[in-house]
Ligand binder design. Structure first.
Ligand code: TXA
Ligand code: MG
Length: 346
């Protein structure tokens, strides 16, 4: 299949009409949202959705998010809208938060991977919402990477992974947030965060103080409640080690091991922040941005992980961040990228 790419300036761009027509025809369209690029298809068309799994090489037990642009779509897809969901939606929709509801009958089994719940998100990206309107259907869209790779934050990343496996890529420039949405289950007795994201536990507790977090997010030996969280993910090709601890010991540990691995003749990459970049004596170091600016770090993370593949390093030593606020979402992605290879420094 040939992959067509169209540049789209904003949500009024006429090229989006064609993208909407593609979705209606059952084709695959990658498009930007405020978080990452999604690999979209008509969420009510079973065959089109099968092609998403095929294109990504995604395990069929990992359910998809349905992206909507209005309240009517929501009501048709769920069997119940609990009160705390109403409050969360009022505060954060449209935006980077996905809610898990009890499903209605019109949702195809392939979307939910056989679960009795369905994940729904109304993106704040006007471009994404306009595409959904033009398609006149909820758009099923996982992140538009091939399974296991870092999520795409640019059209170029999508092309690298899915060239000739997607019909159309809508190039709307780099995505703003750069980390996937927070996933919150609102089908139970209280809201439960299944995947940390830009909207944090602290944010959600302001809306509903009972909000909890799936313990598997921090405890590695527990089985996550969200199917997608159990897979290795975001992985660069080289082995990645994540150094934890206070800034001083952490940077010292990285410098020590950097020298050791260089001595072994390895090409060593370092994931740094602006403040410590000068400390590392290697040509293969990249900064995520200012340590205090976690939004910037989140925005750059996936792109930096991908750049190390291009640099073709043998091993990556990475700084880490405190598990607070947005730091939790960042660390969740970094731990998965490292396959859980943590180095504790104190
Ligand atoms: O920001 C985002 O959420 C992006 C953009 C494109 O919207 N999408 C995204 O989709 O990250 P994906 O498929 O890569 O991640 C969806 C996550 C997976 O971990 C999946 O297992 C979980 O949501 N999920 C989907 N439906 C679920 C359900 N019914 N119950 C529990 N987890 C669910
Ligand atoms: Mg994904």
């Amino acid at each position: 299949m040939e992959t067509k790419i169209v540049k789209v300036l904003d949500y009024r761009d006429p090229a989006l009409k064609e993208a909407g027509a593609y979705i209606k025809e059952g084709k695959l369209v990658a498009f930007p949202t405020e978080t990452v690029y999604g690999l979209g298809a008509d969420g009510l068309n079973q065959e089109a959705v099968e092609n998403i799994f095929r294109a990504k090489g995604r395990p069929s037990d990992n359910p998809l998010i349905l992206h909507i642009s209005n309240r009517y779509m929501l009501e048709s897809l769920v069997s119940e809208i609990p009160e705390e969901a109403e409050k969360i939606m009022k505060e954060f929709w449209p935006g980077p938060i996905t809610l898990i509801f009890k499903r209605s009958k019109i949702v195809p089994d392939i979307i939910t991977a056989g679960l009795d719940t369905v994940a729904i998100r109304m993106p704040s990206s006007e471009l994404a919402r306009s595409l959904i309107e033009l398609s006149d259907t909820p758009i099923a869209a996982p992140s538009a990477n091939s399974s296991g790779r870092p999520s795409p934050t640019s059209a170029d990343h999508v092309y690298q992974d899915l060239k000739s496996r997607v019909d159309l890529i809508v190039d709307g420039g780099d995505t703003g947030i750069g980390l996937e949405s927070t996933v919150v289950d609102v089908s139970g007795d209280f809201p439960m965060i299944l995947r940390p994201g830009g909207i944090t536990l602290e944010d959600l507790r302001k809306i509903d103080p009972r909000t909890k977090e799936d313990l598997a997010i921090v405890k590695k030996d527990l089985v996550p409640k969200s199917p997608g969280q159990k897979y290795r993910h975001y992985a660069p090709k080289a082995d990645m080690y994540l150094y934890r601890g206070d800034l001083g010991p952490m940077t010292k540990g990285i410098i020590r091991d950097l020298e050791f691995y260089k001595g072994q003749g390895l090409k060593v990459g370092v994931i740094s922040t602006d403040e410590s970049l000068e400390l590392y004596k290697t040509d293969f170091k990249l900064s995520l941005g200012k340590r205090e600016d976690l939004e910037e770090v989140g925005h750059n993370l996936f792109s930096v992980l991908r750049q190390f593949d291009d640099l073709d390093v043998d091993i990556i030593l990475s700084e880490s961040f405190p598990y607070k606020g947005l730091g939790k979402a960042i660390m969740n992605r970094m731990e998965k990228a490292s396959g859980g290879k943590l180095v504790e420094e104190s």
